[in-house]
Structures are given as structure tokens and as C-alpha cells.
Write a protein of this length. Structure first.
Length: 82
């Protein structure tokens, strides 16, 4: 059986370079549309560098938090745009 956490990480791992998804979108795809806060907690605890957690942003377009800092998240997203 696949856990909610594993579903989330699998979804986030598939976000293409230069694209983003909202926490709410990830929650919906994982089967729990109202669990967007849980998505943030799962991503904050992820240490697998192959999972691009920084590609998940707030629904209103704000960058949101990131385990390595918001500045780092913004830098990574900007780098991928080019």
C-alpha cells in the first residue's frame, strides 16, 4: 500500500523543470484536496534532493516556505525559468 507521503513525493518528483504546482493542487492529486498544510509538512521534512520541493508554491502565487530558506527557493525557481 502506498502511503499519503509517498503519493505526495511521487507527484512532486514529476513536476517538470521550470513549472510549479500549488500545495492545494498536489493535495488534490494525492487524493486529499484539503490536506494542503500536510503537503507543506511532508515537503519540509524531505531530504531527498531528487524531489524538487521548491517547485511547490502557494495557490495565490506567493513563493511559500522552503526547508533551505525562501531566498534559496526563489533563486532555484528563477534559475529554472532561464
Amino acid at each position: 500500500m502506498i502511503t499519503f507521503k509517498n503519493k505526495v513525493l511521487k507527484i512532486v518528483a514529476k513536476i517538470p523543470r521550470g513549472k510549479t504546482m500549488s500545495y492545494k493542487e498536489v493535495a488534490g492529486l494525492a487524493g486529499s484536496p484539503r490536506a494542503y498544510r500536510a503537503i507543506g509538512n511532508i515537503l519540509n521534512k524531505n531530504h531527498n534532493s531528487k524531489i524538487p520541493c521548491y517547485r511547490v508554491i502557494c495557490s495565490d502565487g506567493r513563493i511559500g516556505e522552503y526547508r533551505l530558506g525562501e531566498k534559496k527557493k526563489k533563486l532555484l525557481l528563477e534559475k529554472e525559468k532561464n
